[in-house]
Design a protein around this ligand. Structure first.
Ligand SMILES: [Zn+2]
Length: 295
């Protein structure tokens, strides 16, 4: 069995400029002068966040683990006011909320519950489990204090809402499946689709709380239909700038599993929340898709 950090190729970083941001916990890449990719390598599932800068304000897409000070890094990269927009509320996306004042979340029950309760320390500590962190923590980080309390949502967004940053617009596309409150964001001018956890080159899943495989298929169909409006996928894990054709591969994979045509899988216990639940992990070329046994 290989290490968790081995199987993920990172060719998405090869054509973009890595910059020294002075925050070694994050690797920072400049995609354009209005777009940065912030990579939290060295921890399990390698969260990727994005900073999209408009003329009036900026948008940080996802909060990551909350181990490093994402807010401080953002303030180095832009002097515009900024909002933190979550693609959903699983623990590896809301960790940074404690450092942000202006937080935008999709308006549904999963989000309401998470904003009200945060996560238990135990749930957050799943991210930093033994063997899941392979680099030094940033100064000031105290393992025993690591958690994610309730947070105040300043804006509840809905499907079709436009986030207007000033000469740069992001449109919200509700894409349930990975979770009920999952969204993608499309920048039609930049031709990027920010996919959250609906697509990334790693272990994607539909079995986690709030997940639903049928919804995942339907959302994939919706994203495939929109392919004329974007060129690259900007996933929330591992690497940016994945060719858009991968969305078709993901849709086909999800449908094949549903129809019992996926040829191979390994069965194991869920690695989060309900550890007694068996799940099936189906390998595909650039990602795996893990589902409930019955979909
Ligand atoms: Zn995630």
């Amino acid at each position: 069995m290989s290490n968790w950090w081995d199987p993920h190729p990172h060719e998405g970083y090869s054509g973009i400029e890595k910059i020294d941001s002075g925050h070694p916990w994050f690797e920072t890449y400049k995609v354009h002068d209005w777009l940065y990719c912030i990579y939290e390598g060295g921890i399990f599932d390698e969260p990727v966040m994005y900073l999209v800068i408009g003329e009036d304000r900026a948008c940080v897409i996802d909060g990551g683990s909350g181990i490093g000070r994402l807010d401080k890094l953002v303030e180095k990269l832009t002097d515009k006011p900024y909002v933190l927009l979550l693609t959903h509320t699983h623990n590896d996306h809301i960790g940074g909320c404690k450092h942000f004042d202006d937080i935008w979340v999709y308006d549904d029950w999963m989000s309401w519950e998470r904003a009200a309760k945060g996560y238990s320390k135990a749930k957050m500590h799943e991210i930093i489990e033994e063997g899941y962190v392979i680099k030094e923590y940033p100064p000031g980080f105290i393992v025993d204090d690591y958690g994610a309390g309730p947070f105040t949502v300043t804006h509840w967004y809905k499907d079709g809402d436009i986030v207007d940053l000033g000469k740069r617009k992001l449109e919200i596309i509700h894409t349930p499946g990975h979770s009920s409150n999952s969204v993608c964001l499309i920048d039609r001018e930049g031709r990027h689709l920010y996919t959250g956890d609906h697509y990334y080159t790693g272990g994607v899943s539909t079995y986690l709380p709030g997940g639903n495989h049928d919804d995942f298929i339907e959302s994939s169909e919706k994203l495939v239909r929109m392919m004329g409006d974007y060129d690259f996928l900007m996933p929330a894990h591992h690497q940016p700038l994945v060719e858009k054709e991968e969305m078709v591969v993901m849709r086909d994979a999800a449908v094949a599993i549903k129809e019992g045509r996926a040829e191979s899988w390994t069965e194991r216990m869920a690695i989060a929340d309900d550890y007694n639940k068996p799940v099936r992990r189906y390998p595909f070329k650039r990602f795996s898709l893990t589902t409930n046994v019955k979909v």
